[in-house]
Design a protein around this ligand. Structure first.
Ligand SMILES: Cc1cc2nc3c(=O)[nH]c(=O)nc-3n(C[C@H](O)[C@H](O)[C@H](O)COP(=O)(O)O)c2cc1C
Length: 394
């Protein structure tokens, strides 16, 4: 795998030399992108064209049709990067085949106190406890509408990831999710019920099938079959709990499952203490993303693929840095993949590198289309639950 200016110069400078706070860096990036997005100035147009030329790779073998949507390639931007959809028109210029906006909540909220995002470079990981900081569903809907009035509609599939507002009690979660969905339904190509963030108190308890059923039933009632609705799950669930979610997904005709969110496990990390706080990583609240998550997330994908004999589309996410990582997820059963932490570490050429590597692998296997690779490493069986519980992380 080649290296580039980001990896040799920019990343060492920002991460180590200047040690720029990760959230600040993220805010600068989004502010720059929002500036590009909000203007019709010719310089902005030239810039986006330059981005497109640098970062995009188009090939018919990477195209795929899912849920009636056309994906130019299977690599998407994961939820949490563009929480308020401020750069919704630009992600395809970075080479992404799709992008997921949010998590957005019905009520605007500030999220958790700072600092709440940390790099763990020795582990190629991040720890975050952002807590769904976002401007709320109404503001996101207004932003989509304003773009439409300028004659702009994203030329690629855009997902919207929905979370529960912190102020809303757990037993009122269905109305909270439905409230956001109602506001955003015209604007998203697919929607995600996020019940797997470790950073909203009690949220993950909504993954229990008896809790999730109320949310999913209410959303599907509002949806009336119009939009693909997926659920995003945590990597830390027991196999029985995942099996129950899969069953519920089938009963309520969900479009798919996103596996997985960040993990609350800390095993196998090299980093002992966080430089920014001086505290031990075990004592810091939040979810770990990046390389330590890779294997467990692939196991969850494989399990779901096996359970459903490949009939329920899976979006695989967790610890993808290279084409090999993406191929691992796809051949385990993911139709699409997403990246977040890997993109931070590998930089903006990462998507193109992954797509090039995927094309090589397709060629090597004699496949004409990416969907032919989905699940080839996973034996179809209505299988017995694998041994062990949630100890695969690390
Ligand atoms: C800083 C940060 C914020 C995130 N915010 C969200 C979020 O708002 N909603 C969500 O569903 N996932 C969120 N995630 C999880 C990612 O979408 C993804 O599931 C997870 O990071 C694993 O992928 P990765 O290893 O490629 O980062 C966040 C991850 C990070 C690192």
């Amino acid at each position: 795998m080649g290296t580039d200016i980001y990896q040799i110069g920019i990343r060492p400078l920002l991460f180590h030399g200047l040690n720029v706070d990760p959230e600040l860096l993220h805010r600068w990036t989004l502010a720059w992108l929002q500036g590009l997005e909000d203007t019709d100035h010719p310089i902005a147009q030239l810039t986006t064209r330059a981005l497109h030329r640098s970062y995009c790779l188009e090939h018919s073998a990477l195209c795929q049709s899912l849920w009636g949507l056309s994906f130019a390639n299977p690599v998407g931007l994961a939820a949490g990067f563009d929480k308020d959809a401020v750069a919704v028109g630009l992600w395809s210029d970075f080479g992404f085949g799709f992008a997921e906006m949010g998590t957005v909540t019905l009520h605007a909220q500030p999220g958790n106190p700072l600092p709440r995002l940390f790099r763990l470079p020795a582990d190629r990981a991040a720890l975050n406890r952002m807590g769904f900081n976002n401007q709320g569903a109404e503001a996101m809907a207004a932003r989509f509408q304003a773009r439409q009035q300028r004659g702009l509609t994203p030329a690629y599939p855009v997902g919207v990831n929905l979370g529960k507002s912190k102020v809303t009690p757990l037993d009122a979660a269905p109305e909270d999710y439905v409230g956001s969905f109602r506001l955003l339904k015209p604007w998203g190509d697919y929607f995600v019920v996020n019940v797997s963030s470790p950073n909203t108190p009690g949220l993950r308890s909504l993954q229990a099938a008896d809790q999730l059923v109320g949310i999913v039933a209410a959303l599907q009632n509002e949806n009336q079959g119009d939009k693909p609705l997926l659920v995003k799950i945590a990597p830390d669930l027991e196999w029985e709990a995942i099996a129950a979610i899969v069953e519920l997904a089938q009963t309520y005709q969900l479009a798919g499952i996103i596996a997985t969110n960040t993990t609350i496990h800390r095993e196998g990390l090299t980093t002992a203490t966080l430089r920014a706080t001086g505290n031990r990583v075990e004592d810091e609240m939040g979810g770990i993303s990046g390389a330590p998550l890779r294997q467990r997330s692939t196991e969850v994908i494989r399990f779901i693929y096996q359970k459903t004999t490949g009939t329920l589309p899976i979006i695989g996410v967790g610890g993808i840095f290279t084409a090999e990582d993406a191929w691992e997820k796809i051949t385990a059963g993911a139709s699409l993949v997403q990246v977040y932490t890997g993109w931070i570490y590998e930089g903006p050429w990462m998507v193109r590198r992954i797509l090039t590597g995927l094309l090589h692998r397709l060629q090597h296997h004699g496949f004409r289309q990416i969907d032919q690779a989905v699940g080839i490493d996973t034996i179809h069986s209505d299988g017995v639950l694998p041994a062990g519980g949630t100890d695969g992380v690390g």
